[in-house]
Design a protein around this ligand. Structure first.
Ligand SMILES: C[S@@+](CC[C@H](N)C(=O)[O-])C[C@H]1O[C@@H](n2cnc3c(N)ncnc32)[C@H](O)[C@@H]1O
Length: 301
């Protein structure tokens, strides 16, 4: 039963000893769920949400716990590709990412104040919540599954950002003025829905020949680079979302996902080949208990 597991769950599916489907070649995926904006009022109060603290060095955030069985009628599955992509669990990388962001802010390498932030593959959304607490002007959360946003991400924002308006009012700004919005859908198509994205068709100004400079300043993502087939779509999405010249991406993930082939290095090889963004490692976590984990920063060359 989910409630009997420890509050933090390691990356079980991708262990080399696991019998998960990902040990085999990737099967064809079902059609993805439609891209939709999920309003804060669309939380599912019928799904049980139990809140618990997560200690992140000197910082404590709150996270919910919901049952995968209750939400997706899936028992004991970390994810089912194309149906449920693992957003209901808290993965190690998101904690690495919050800690790395916190250090970056402390040592003056990063500021969220007044920035437009996008968290891709958010699940619990703790990195995005951290950005919100540090003064972001906008934080947009994206997850593959609307249910994850409804049952977990939005309640987590409510728990950690007390000034976030009551969901019933459908207001998406907290007292501090941060615009908080939630988007469900796959990386191949979600750019059509995200507000701060350069859509050549939509934003290109024919008279001036210029496109709108209204993208995201900071993109955050944790444990999103496991599936080889999804990496090109994820990279293309990042290029559409990131503000040219000063936009940055912070990515936390395993160096390599055994049995699946994805990982930070595989993703970085796509980035490198394209030649637009430079990468630098921000943190390495090799605690001996699992695969090596890394946090990387991408910025324009
Ligand atoms: C392993 S979970 C990580 C969740 C969270 N970032 C964490 O670290 O706890 C992977 C996340 O990536 C997202 N994701 C995976 N494949 C996706 C795809 N093809 N399109 C959109 N989102 C996807 C899912 O929303 C899911 O929440």
């Amino acid at each position: 039963m989910e409630s009997e597991k420890p509050s933090f769950e390691p990356f079980r599916l991708f262990s080399s000893s696991g019998s998960g489907f990902l040990e085999q070649s990737e099967p064809p995926l079902p059609p993805p769920p439609p891209c939709v904006e999920v309003l804060p009022s669309e939380i599912l109060p019928s799904v049980k949400y139990a809140v618990e603290p997560v200690q992140l060095g000197g910082l404590t955030l709150l996270k919910g716990r919901v049952s995968t069985q209750e939400v997706f009628t899936l028992s004991n599955s970390d994810l089912v590709p194309g149906k449920y992509e693992g957003g209901l669990k808290l993965w190690e990388g998101s904690l690495d990412l919050v800690k790395a962001l916190s250090s970056e802010v402390q040592n003056g390498h990063l500021s969220f104040t007044g920035k437009r932030v996008l968290e891709l593959g958010c699940g619990h959304g703790l990195p995005g919540i951290f950005a919100c607490l540090k003064g972001a002007a906008a934080i947009h959360f994206q997850d593959f599954n609307a249910e994850v946003l409804q049952c977990l991400t939005i309640p987590n924002v409510n728990s950690n950002v007390p000034s976030f308006q009551p969901p019933a009012l459908q207001v998406t700004k907290c007292d501090a003025g941060t615009e908080i919005r939630f988007f469900a859908g796959n990386w191949r198509e979600i750019h059509k829905l995200l507000p701060y994205v350069q859509n050549i068709e939509k934003d290109f100004n024919v008279s001036t020949g210029k496109s709108l400079d209204a993208q995201y300043d900071i993109i955050l993502m944790a444990e999103t680079v496991y599936s080889i087939s999804a990496l090109p779509h994820l990279y293309e999405l990042i290029k559409k979302c990131i503000t040219p010249s000063h936009g940055v991406v912070y990515m936390a993930a395993k160096k390599h996902y055994f049995g699946v082939g994805g990982g930070t290095r595989r993703f970085l090889s796509i980035v490198e080949k394209d030649g637009v963004l430079a990468s630098s490692m921000v943190a390495e976590v090799a605690d001996g208990s699992s695969n090596v984990r890394e946090v990387w920063k991408l910025s324009f060359k």
